[in-house]
Design a protein around this ligand. Sequence first.
Ligand code: ADP
Ligand code: MG
Length: 699
Amino acid sequence: MSMTVPEMYGSLVFNDKVMRDKLPKDIYKALRKTIDKNSHLELDVANAVAVAMKEWAVENGATHFTHWFQPMTGFTAEKHDSFISPVDGGEVIMEFSGKELVKGEPDASSFPSGGLRATFEARGYTAWDPTSPAFIKDGTLYIPTAFCSYSGEALDKKTPLLRSMEALNREATKVLHVLGNTEVGSVTTTVGPEQEYFLIDKEAFAKRKDLIFTGRTLLGAKPPKGQEMEDHYFGTLKPRVAAYMHDLDEELWKLGIPAKTKHNEVAPCQHELAPIFDTTNVAVDHNQLTMDVMRKLADKHGFVCLLHEKPFEGINGSGKHNNWSMTTDTGVNLLDPGKTPAENIQFLVFLMAVVTAVDNYADLMRLSVASAGNDHRLGANEAPPAIISIFLGDELTAVLDSIENDTFFGNRQKVAMEIGATVLPHFYKDTTDRNRTSPFAFTGNKFEFRSLGSSLSVSGPNVVLNTAVAEALSEFYEVLKDVPAEKMDETVHGLLKEAIKKHKRVIFNGNGYTDEWIAEAEKRGLYNYKSTPDVLPVFVEDKNVQLFTKHHIFTESEIKSRYEILLENYSKTIHIEAKTMLDMVNHQFMPALLETLDKALTVAAKKKKVCESISCKTETAIIEKLSASYDAIYDAVQALAEDTEKVESMSDELAAAKFYQATILEDMSKLRALADAAEEMIPDGVLPYPSYADILFYV
Ligand code: ADP
Ligand code: MG
């Protein structure tokens, strides 16, 4: 039985159509009100929804339900309960109540809380997020939820996201109203995350401890061929990969995830998938689900899907592009320049709110993409630099220049630009999207934040973006709120002018990969946080604590706890990498080197046995080289082992993280350089794990 794509699409989702079909009219209306207007959900409504949801789920083969949530691990969590409920006569019926739908009480004690839980209680609560639809996966009804502590502190990535969407909604609506656009009832943010990933052979993966334990290779000489031929990007899909992508699309479509684009990426074995954008919290849920399905489905096709930011040295790593915009409930994209003067003003106000936000909170934006894995990419000429700047394109920059200097803006049609009087040119993507080196680029009707690592939950960057823009809008509102209508254009002009003057330093349209830009950015006073431990402390800086508490995104204790979790997570990641590397070098690499040395020694000894005077020139050279390598590697192993022990006894979390960054990573890179050079002397088949060439060119 084969389904058409429209039949398949969303077939496992409790979406609006199913709700309309399955729910009594008044219940449907009440639920819609909760979804659209955030109104309180009465228990009798919840009960009716639960019954309909269960019936639909059971019809579609589900036996269990789960509250699906996003703890601070960055992964998703789920605990499955069956619908069964015993009745007389040893039989069961399938049951599901409104209470079970709305609230869960998973044991929270094994999830990271950064000290929050110790002060409160081990119990955590999950609360249904009705704005993200429930779905069925592997015989279970999944209910998207937020996760918090007994006393209401957020323990997850969804709660602050919903709070930040609310803050932006509040501030954006106020500004629209004061600009005269009073029909707008609400503003939501939209996100389209483009996801990169690697597919490698399952058998190869299973033989590499580094991939198994850390998600990336810690050793491995470069293959004779890398990505220099540039023959993989947009290349034809190999049949096995094509089959995987085909199944992936179908699985995602069934879950109502609008997978749209797929292609090969720059590196061998690297691919990309992009969905059509959606409301931010739905897009975040969908991206988590996409990563999950990608991993699980890979197994069925004999692959492992690597989502690490840097699986292979010398080969481009994987990122994620967070396309972001704001839309009104009247259907207007606020970052679309529009075609009339009124739309233009509105656009420029929202554009400058974003510019203001990014300039004021570039440190938080950098923080939001910081991780041990992503540190390998940012600033390494394969991803944007660690400096956050904005690409606007020449046309838009010229518009801002003309506002700042009260000059006329001559666009292609040579129309004089005067705020509120003339129409801005429409910005086409092809004129603005050329610069791939910018971390934050305007691409016609949205911004594309390109600094995210591939495994990151897109929640964090959007929390920062939404909140920072909400703050800029609230400042604008303060300036505009009491201005009489006849003075509005003039006041807006003044406001824009001032914002441009103050924040234009963050706009940069040039090549972000150059050393000149780094020097220039420093002159402009822009932040340049090179590593995760460098940037993490900005989380707890006054200005940032004020931002988050003012808009009710995080309490002070939530910020502290998240800061602790991030620090700990960074150190633990590198700790595991160091231990894994020591294990591989001690138990696999050095024995292979010894075996190679032993072969050379045996040949030399055998030769001497045949004839005392025979030359062993080559063997001697090889023996000397191998033996020198062996010594150097041994020393490097000792250094790494000693430093790893040293850091274990450090009690200051920040100092430890910095030590991991400055010392342990350095030890690891020295050891790796020695091992990778020595690998070339080891014959094929002697190392017990596959080489880079084996992994990257045999799918
Ligand atoms: P590219 O970046 O490769 O040029 P597109 O511009 O087609 O590709 O889209 C990239 C992503 O941006 C897609 O996921 C798309 O759905 C998303 N996108 C488009 N418009 C918006 C918007 N208004 N808000 C958020 N994301 C958007
Ligand atoms: Mg893109």
